[in-house]
Design a protein around this ligand. Structure first.
Ligand SMILES: Nc1ncnc2c1ncn2[C@@H]1O[C@H](COP(=O)(O)OP(=O)(O)OP(=O)(O)O)[C@@H](O)[C@H]1O
Length: 322
């Protein structure tokens, strides 16, 4: 596990923003952090980034303790806050350069790295522009470049897509998937659930300062309280759940599809003639199911994860906006 939080608590005055929270995030994956306003997501991310001390509990990020080893954690982590404050008179290039220096990036490589990062977030044209002229979405992209400039092992993003246009959001999704593929651990909070669903491998729900068991494998589980309440969550609650577990297969011949499903060992239901919904453990299981269906002669014309399950699960959570 690349991020491990055990019984972490943080108070602001009398109010517990995060309370006895458990979270385990696997390495090399993209994990979503989902919860209502005031649930404690930002507070949690700040503690993981070594920018806020927990009152109690233990945290390990890339094997490091943010309380005892803040400097090492800052170097291991890329942090992108929801609102990225820039020094308005510095240029985009100067801002990235400043952060690269602060993060001890090898001096001789800094300018190349800065150019590379500006290209990655499509701001190369703005390299010499002062930050004050950037739009909100462009500032977000610069914030992403800043978080990545020192090649962190762990990337913590708080609402990164807010203010970004559709092209930038799509680029963000692709970039986060690529980073995870290269072994970076990504934890991303977002309220844009449809988008999160497409980019994350797992999701952890936060409610009233605690992680709750978020089953996102489909409407059935979500509907019958697949999400435990904050009070009911213990133990495995901190383990994020895989996201793509409900899949829909459509075929030209509905009877053949239904026969194949009955004869297979797979968990699934016929939703309507020509369409079945399958519960599959992971992407590999999905690929196998598709192969089996095709080999059995089913003329599959569409197959993909059922979207909207994250939102269904979210809405099934006890509403507790603060
Ligand atoms: N510096 C602070 N001082 C006092 N209370 C705070 C502070 N920071 C956060 N809180 C409180 O802690 C709780 C959790 O806030 P936090 O910002 O972590 O929630 P969040 O899940 O990130 O919310 P959102 O989705 O709206 O960004 C809220 O009730 C908030 O008012």
């Amino acid at each position: 596990m690349s991020i491990e939080a055990v019984q972490v608590t943080r108070y602001f005055g009398q109010a517990a923003a995060v309370w006895q929270l458990d979270l385990s995030v696997p390495s090399g994956s993209v994990t979503g952090l989902v919860g209502p306003n005031g649930a404690g997501k930002t507070t949690l991310l700040l503690m993981l980034a070594g920018l806020l001390r927990p009152d109690s509990g233990s945290i390990r990020v890339a094997g490091l303790d943010p309380v005892a080893q803040p400097r090492q954690v800052h170097q291991a982590v890329g942090w992108m806050p929801d609102a990225f404050g820039t020094w308005d008179s510095l240029t985009c290039s100067e801002i990235l350069e400043t952060f690269a220096v602060a993060q001890d990036v090898e001096r001789s490589t800094i300018m190349d790295r800065v150019q590379e990062m500006l290209r990655t977030v499509h701001l190369a044209d703005m390299a010499s522009a002062p930050a004050r002229v950037l739009s909100r979405g462009q500032k977000q992209r610069l914030g992403l470049a800043r978080a990545l400039v020192h090649r962190p092992q762990v990337l913590l993003l708080d609402e990164p897509a807010s203010g970004m246009d559709p092209r930038s959001r799509a680029d963000l999704r692709i970039l986060l998937r690529e980073l995870a593929g290269a072994g970076v651990t990504v934890l991303v909070s977002s309220h844009i659930l449809g988008e999160l669903e497409e980019m994350v491998d797992h999701v952890a729900f936060v409610s009233r300062g605690r992680t709750v068991h978020g089953a996102v494998s489909g409407a059935d589980e979500a509907g019958d309280a697949g999400v435990e309440t904050a009070e009911g969550s213990t133990g495995a609650a901190g383990r994020p759940r895989p996201v793509r577990t409900a899949w829909r297969m459509r075929a030209l011949d509905g009877d053949l599809l239904a026969d194949w499903l009955r004869g297979s060992e797979l968990a699934g239901v016929v939703e309507e003639p020509g369409a079945v919904r399958l519960e599959l453990a992971d992407d590999r299981a999905a690929a196998q199911a598709l192969r089996q269906a095709v080999e059995a002669g089913v003329e599959v014309m569409a197959f993909g994860p059922v979207t909207g399950t994250l939102e269904e699960t979210y809405l099934a959570m006890e509403e507790e906006r603060r």
